[in-house]
Design a protein around this ligand. Structure first.
Ligand code: PXP
Length: 240
């Protein structure tokens, strides 16, 4: 068992399926394959516009998966209702804009703060683990604690972009490390995700205190060449 858990995001299996309006490749099959290959959890993002994962995927994966399902949702009443009905063990609340290609930044924790607090409370009352997807800054870590989240997931997009472009990333790593340290100190479980590749995951895994990585786009892309099983095993080796 690796020290850092690997959450495998399979949204883009659904993206490929939806590109042709077919019923394959199957996100359920990918989830079960990820489970068999050593993933510690499977992540899906049920977007408002259902551009990749849809309600039927959620239902099927929820009923068949034995490892925890991590459902990413926007902070809306509609998504809360779905989450409370399907009750996946892990919930990650993320910002969502219709026009964006991917989740472009962390949550604005000051927007409808009381609503967010109530949402977290309701999810936790049902025994679900609640994480907030935030930027690596100390203010958001403190606010996450005040909102009573169980975990935070640090948005690693900026750091990953710098790594990919061979630019200096030491400042960004420092920001992430400070956020992780404060999160741990406050008793929050700290996760990381967005844009991670073999290279950036390897660098980030050296930071102490991160408990879980959630990785999707690169992982699904790499699977085209070497297969989902091999890619998951390689990530597990890198982050352990
Ligand atoms: N974590 C969260 C909260 C996300 O929203 C996403 C992307 O949707 C990821 C992790 C995975 O990012 P990527 O697909 O770039 O690996």
């Amino acid at each position: 068992m690796s020290k850092i858990r690997l959450g495998v995001n399979i949204d883009h299996v659904a993206t490929v399926r939806n590109a042709r309006g077919e019923n394959y490749p199957s996100p359920l099959r990918a989830s079960l394959f990820a489970q068999k290959s050593g993933a510690d959890s499977v992540t899906i993002h049920l977007r408002e516009d259902r551009r990749h994962i849809n309600d039927s995927d959620l239902k099927k994966i929820r009923s068949k998966l034995k490892i925890p399902l991590n459902l990413e949702i926007a902070a809306t009443d509609k998504m809360l209702k779905i989450a409370l009905k399907s009750r996946p063990p892990f919930i990650c609340i993320v910002p969502e804009k219709r026009q964006e290609i991917t989740t472009e930044g962390g949550l604005n924790l000051n927007f409808r703060k009381n609503n967010l607090k109530m949402m977290i409370k309701k999810l936790k009352q049902k025994g679900l683990r609640v994480s907030l997807f935030i930027e690596p800054n100390l203010k958001d870590i403190n606010t996450s604690k005040k909102l009573n989240a169980d975990c935070v997931e640090i948005h690693t997009g900026k750091f990953c972009n710098l790594v990919n472009k061979n630019k200096k990333y030491s400042q960004e790593i420092k920001k992430i490390q400070s956020a992780v340290t404060l999160g741990n100190k406050l008793g929050l479980e700290v996760h990381a995700g967005h844009g991670l590749t073999y290279r950036s995951a390897k660098i980030l895994s050296k930071i102490s205190g991160i408990k879980e990585f959630n990785i999707g786009h690169f992982l699904v892309g790499e699977s085209i060449f070497v297969g989902l099983g091999k890619t998951i095993k390689e990530f597990k080796k890198i982050i352990k």
